[in-house]
Design a protein around this ligand. Sequence first.
Ligand SMILES: [Zn+2]
Length: 337
Amino acid sequence: MPVACAIVPAPAHDYSDHPECPQRFAHLGELRSLPIAEDLTWIEPRPATEDELARVHTRAMVAEVREAARQGPAIVDFAPTYVVPGSFEAAVEAAGATIECARAVLSGAVTTAFAIVRPPGHHAEPSHSMGFCLFNNLAIAVQDALAQGIQRVFIVDFDAHHGNGTQAALQNDPRVAFLSAHQRGIYPGSGYEHEVPEARGRVVNLPLPAYAGDACYARIMEDVIRPLAHSFRPDILFVSAGYDAHWRDPITTLGLSTRGFYQMAAALHGLAREAAQGRMVLVLEGGYDPQALFENIYATLAALVGRPPPADVHGPSPQAEPDIATWLDRLRVWHGF
Ligand SMILES: [Zn+2]
């Protein structure tokens, strides 16, 4: 079955030399001319409605973003997160495209969809934008799925930064399990091991040491993500797909390679088939090296459609990986896996 994709390049959402810029998508048009295009279908983005945004965000916050953008350019948090005229329309289109991707999966039209959108979403909390994110695209689509009768949702966030906004929006909902693997000690500073003790075994944070790469993520997949999926038995798997965990990324120091992203996508896709009724929705988050972003999205799509991995032009990380085995074992005990 093909994978459905929506692309929101948001050319008007652009500010000086900010890393979250339209140039991130400069190479993505190539996807339509590669052989993999035969395995993809395209979803037409549409803007999210205010009622859809309000399932996650306060109406006051939505109005603030609209007004700040209208009067922009402006910086709305210290990350820095910017708005310019056109940012509000871009952000609601990113959210709407993500909803449409999830609905395509829930309708049975496809089993897997990828919302390749910007601005990203996973740092945006219910009452404020932050971390380059205006509205939380994934959380909005999850709430839409729950409103349509889905009973249980598992979210895996592999962006290099903690998915604080998604956690804040959904951590109190027993229908949702959330796992974030991210680099320890970087923005936004949250996502430490024992952060949500009341949701032990359901809200799982894995703050990784610098240079954690393909081997560490493979271990996390087998030792934590797989048992959590099998015990939680979700109806659908959502993935915050952030490619700033690639070793070349200019704003982080993790160690995944393009081959590592391929292997992770293949493993998550297999897990969706085993434990989430085959349903999987991916949403783009970070990834700030435009060439690597294209290659990593291409590798992800190749894994999702069952093609062999494309060439890994940058190769593996040159840094040795840290040993996380003892730390991970302690965390598994704490969460009860
Ligand atoms: Zn990130």
